[in-house]
Design a protein. Structure first.
Length: 599
């Protein structure tokens, strides 16, 4: 009979003081009997190996979807001025407000949280790589997954912190000291690429289209190829990027998701809610059509190369619902009447699109299925969404909606029909089962198009760079681009990446930094940049100026009653903002760690 035991691992406690500042010195593993920690790995059977790698997947889930905070998700997008920190009022989300005003420092807790969690993933992966026996195909696969996860984590550390210490082995105080020094990014990149190569050698591929569910949310050979290509894009090595991204494209195992729905289409939960409130019910609009990516029906679709499996299975035990993500990212429920298709749980009102981003997206996409999948206007929220009652919609009477200028985030919307049906029936407001993609095929296509454009030469993917770009644009509902261009506001690759990949991973911040555009963008007070309010003012949406007037033009904000309050004075630019600071607690405990310039 299985017993839930606790294995004490001394190294994680010691390393936590000097490296990851982790308060946890326990690793909980479900296994047969009580055995020595090393033997857990050296004598592991396939089931135990799967449980060990499941711990890594769970750490990734906590990093990306939240565990009392959504720092990995929110910090990079706040740095790009495309999302208001949000919350209830100006006193909420202070750490993010500091970032927006460029007043943050190494003591800001969001950096410590991201930094320590990335190293937790590396630590647990290192244990598997070094100690797990590789006597079966499954155990070799688990070791490959661990190599992929530590490569992924080190890639993010190198992109965001630059010279983050490369911890390629468990720290033992002798050969691998507990206070590792900074690592030259070039050295880290060599190691990262090597890890993806070694992982790809033992990881499986999909057998073809429509077979991702048999693999679940686990790593594949092609996912390693894609992230390797992403790494080469960061290094401006477009020739190698084309090779590895081209391998994914030419495999024929991935394609874009094209399914759409409307706000008038209901599933089981929403139909039940309507039936119980039929006398007052307001139907959603058939005119509001949107892509169903980031809905539960798209889980394990052919567009996702790697995704966080929220339901979990026998090998990727990540079935702890990301409550914190839905709570932080949910629309503010004590200031705004909730739409009927929104799960009525906690909604704290973070992650709201800024006016400048919303206008740019609306001008670029109009009323495309992509734009409506990603953001909605206040008009659309008020007039097109379903409601339990006509009397309860819009901003609540006597209230105003904080950190909102008339656009609402729809990507990662907490759809009622994506809630676990049993939990809904039981009256539990939590239980959204939608997976979180970490890399999509559209990103692969756009990176490939960029690599072709930047290098001036086609690759061997079996399609041209322009074809790759236009596959994404056509799916979005836009006209094909006439040619490859980085900066064209209508069809340029930079704009396409901005809107296609909104709020995904660290893509927007990383893109702006690697293109050398970050400084000019964040200092631009026009509608093409961060804007005049960013970092200094807070916005409140009171509702409509004229409630009887409605517009279908997503760029027309003239009827929105928005007021601004001065929040703080923004600091000036410093070149240090191209990198994150090493956390203050790390600097105090690791005398070999050198802080990034300016911090």
């Amino acid at each position: 009979m299985k017993k839930n035991i606790t294995i004490f691992i001394l190294l994680v406690f010691i390393a936590s003081v000097s490296l990851v500042s982790c308060n946890e010195d326990l690793l909980d593993i479900d296994q047969h009997g009580v055995i020595d920690a090393d033997k857990t790995y050296t004598e592991a059977d396939d089931a135990t190996a799967q449980q060990l790698i499941a711990q890594v997947y769970t750490q990734v889930k906590y990093l990306t979807t939240g565990d009392w905070g959504i720092n990995y998700f929110l910090t990079p997008t706040v740095k790009t001025a495309e999302t208001w920190p949000g919350g209830s009022d100006p006193n909420d989300g202070g750490q993010y407000q500091e970032i927006a005003a460029m007043k943050d420092d190494a003591e800001n807790g969001v950096y410590k949280d991201m930094y320590s969690r990335l190293y937790k993933i590396i630590y647990q992966s290192n244990l598997i790589v070094e100690k797990l026996n590789d006597e079966t195909t499954e155990r070799k696969r688990v070791i490959g997954e661990a190599k992929a996860w530590r490569a992924w984590s080190m890639m993010r550390l190198t992109q965001l912190w630059g010279s983050a210490p490369l911890v390629s082995h468990t720290l033992n105080g002798t050969e691998y000291p507990f206070d590792p020094a900074n690592t030259d990014p070039e050295e880290s990149w060599v190691w990262i690429m090597q890890q993806f190569d070694e992982a790809a050698e033992v990881l499986p591929s999909k057998t073809g289209l429509g077979t991702q569910r048999t693999i679940g949310g686990r790593w594949t050979k092609e996912a390693c190829f894609a992230f390797k290509g992403q790494g080469y894009m960061w290094q401006n090595d477009y020739a190698d990027a084309k090779i590895w991204l081209g391998k994914v494209i030419s495999s024929g195992k991935y394609q874009l998701w094209n399914k759409t729905t409307t706000l008038a289409d209901y599933g089981t939960n929403l139909n039940d809610l309507r039936d119980n409130n039929i006398s007052t019910w307001i139907d959603g609009s058939e005119e509001y059509e949107y892509l169903t990516l980031f809905r539960a029906e798209a889980d394990f679709c052919d567009e996702y190369l790697l995704e966080i499996d929220i339901d979990g299975d026998g090998t990727t035990v990540t079935d702890v619902e990301p409550f914190w993500f839905w709570a932080y990212a949910g629309w503010r429920q004590d200031q705004l009447y909730m739409t009927a298709n929104n799960t009525v749980g906690d909604g704290w009102g973070f992650v709201n699109p800024t006016k400048n981003f919303g206008l740019a997206f609306a001008r670029h996409d109009g009323n495309s299925v992509r734009r409506r999948m990603s953001i909605a206007t206040f008009d659309e929220v008020y007039y097109d969404f379903p409601y339990i009652s006509d009397a309860n919609r819009g901003v609540m009477e006597g209230k105003k909606l904080y950190a909102n200028q008339g656009y609402f985030r729809m990507k990662y919307f907490n759809h009622l029909d994506d809630q676990n049906q049993q939990r809904y029936t039981e009256g539990n407001p939590n239980g959204n089962t939608t997976n979180f993609p970490l890399l999509r095929y559209s990103n692969v296509l756009l990176m490939y198009a960029e690599a072709v454009c930047q290098s001036g030469a086609e690759g061997d993917a079996g399609l041209s760079g322009l074809d790759a770009l236009n596959m994404v644009r056509t799916r979005a509902g836009l006209d094909p681009a006439p040619g490859l261009d980085m900066d064209n506001e209508t069809y340029g690759i930079k704009a396409e990446r901005r809107f296609e990949l909104y709020l995904e991973d660290c893509d927007r911040y990383v893109d702006l930094v690697r293109w050398g555009d970050y400084k000019d963008y964040i200092l631009d007070v026009s509608e093409k940049g961060a804007g005049e309010y960013w970092g200094e003012e807070c916005a409140w949406l009171n509702g409509f100026v004229d409630p009887s007037k409605r517009t279908t033009d997503p760029t027309d904000l003239s009827n929105y009653d928005i007021i601004y309050d001065h929040l703080q004075n923004k600091s000036g630019w410093d070149d240090k903002y191209a990198l994150f600071p090493f956390p203050y607690v790390e600097m105090n405990s690791n005398m070999n760690l050198v802080q990034n310039p300016g911090w």
